[in-house]
Design a protein around this ligand. Structure first.
Ligand code: RIB
Ligand code: CA
Length: 323
């Protein structure tokens, strides 16, 4: 049985890669893609989501534009990481016959009220999710699972010393979701995403196998790789968002622990995750913090999905990557 999901995202290079993984996965039925301003402005994120749908022949899947700004803060985008166009300044043409709908909160709430066993995979600031939860908390009692790429437990932040981008951009939304969602938040934070680096070797493999998506993936990850070399002397690019999708599909990819987590909303540590791993506050567990990852298992899934049209060659040569 395919698992029904709504993917909330801000494409962004790694969101785009995550969408390619999700849309090429037989395990998922993507009911809709909801967009939030984050890496770049809202409309550009929406256009980029349509490009991912076009590349995977999935334009029947609806895309909804949501919040263009956080609940309280001003949006600070990440064009320095993702390029002005959100896809590494590759300037891939917009999808002419693509439709960007409005009404993201109603879409989320109506879907949860109408459909059974729907999950949400969030790859962005949690503004849309918080607004939908504020509108109809009861609808979320039907939610099957909630996975969020965001936050950090022991790793340094990537926006401030304490905070990761998605939760830093909208700490009020993150705090609201962690403290009001009935489900536990499966938090795929920097503790695991920093360990999944798409290396130049993997990019070369994707290029040489030459699948339908290869050129696009090679082109958009160039800018990303340049950023990670300049910023952290990482050789390759940290692919945060695809790991959240992969974990949703295959739980063996990450391991972690249950606990209560709160999110700092004000001051120098805004966006910081306060992870009560030792249960000192004795509060009801609202999160599963993933802090171990089988990176090879992840990349086997990710590369096979990207090169889905070249499955035979991938089977024959993927051992070259020693995954
Ligand atoms: O911190 C990484 C996260 O912030 C990823 O989701 C990336 O796309 C940005 O949204
Ligand atoms: Ca994202």
């Amino acid at each position: 049985m395919k698992r029904k999901v709504i993917i909330d995202c801000d494409p962004g290079i790694d969101d785009f890669l995550a969408l390619l993984l999700a849309l090429n996965s037989d395990e998922l039925e993507v009911l809709g893609i909801t967009i939030v301003g984050g890496n770049v402005d809202l409309k550009t994120c929406g256009e980029n989501a349509l490009k991912a749908l076009k590349f995977t022949n999935s334009l029947h899947i609806p895309v909804y534009l949501g919040s263009d700004a956080p609940l309280q803060k001003k949006l600070e985008n990440a064009e320095n990481v993702h390029g002005e166009d959100g896809l590494g300044n590759t300037n891939i043409p917009n999808v002419q016959d693509g439709i960007l709908k409005n009404g993201v909160v109603d879409f989320i709430v109506d879907t949860l009220n109408k459909e059974k066993d729907v999950s949400i995979i969030s790859l962005a600031p949690l503004t849309n999710i918080a607004k939908a939860l504020m509108k109809d908390k009861k609808a979320f009692e039907n939610l099957s699972e909630f996975v969020s790429m965001g936050g950090t437990f022991k790793e340094c932040g990537n926006c401030t010393p304490t905070s990761e981008f998605n939760y830093y951009i909208d700490p009020h939304a993150a705090n609201y979701v962690f403290n009001n969602l009935v489900n536990k938040v499966h938090m795929i934070g920097l503790d695991v995403t920093n360990k999944v680096v798409l290396t130049p070797n993997m990019i070369e493999f994707i290029k040489q196998i030459d699948g339908e998506l290869s050129k696009t993936v090679v082109d958009i990850t160039k800018f990303y790789g340049d950023f990670y070399w300049k910023a952290d002397k990482v050789l390759g690019s940290v692919v945060n968002d695809p790991l959240a999708v992969a974990y949703f599909i295959d739980r063996e990819i990450c391991n972690g622990f249950e606990c209560y987590t709160d999110i700092v909303t004000e001051g120098i540590a805004e966006g910081m995750c306060i992870v009560d791993k030792n249960n000192l506050w004795n509060k009801t567990h609202n999160s599963i913090i993933l802090d171990e990852v089988d990176d090879k298992r992840f990349f086997r899934m990710f590369i096979k999905a990207i090169l889905k049209d070249k499955a035979l060659e991938v089977e024959k040569y993927i051992k070259l990557l020693e995954l």
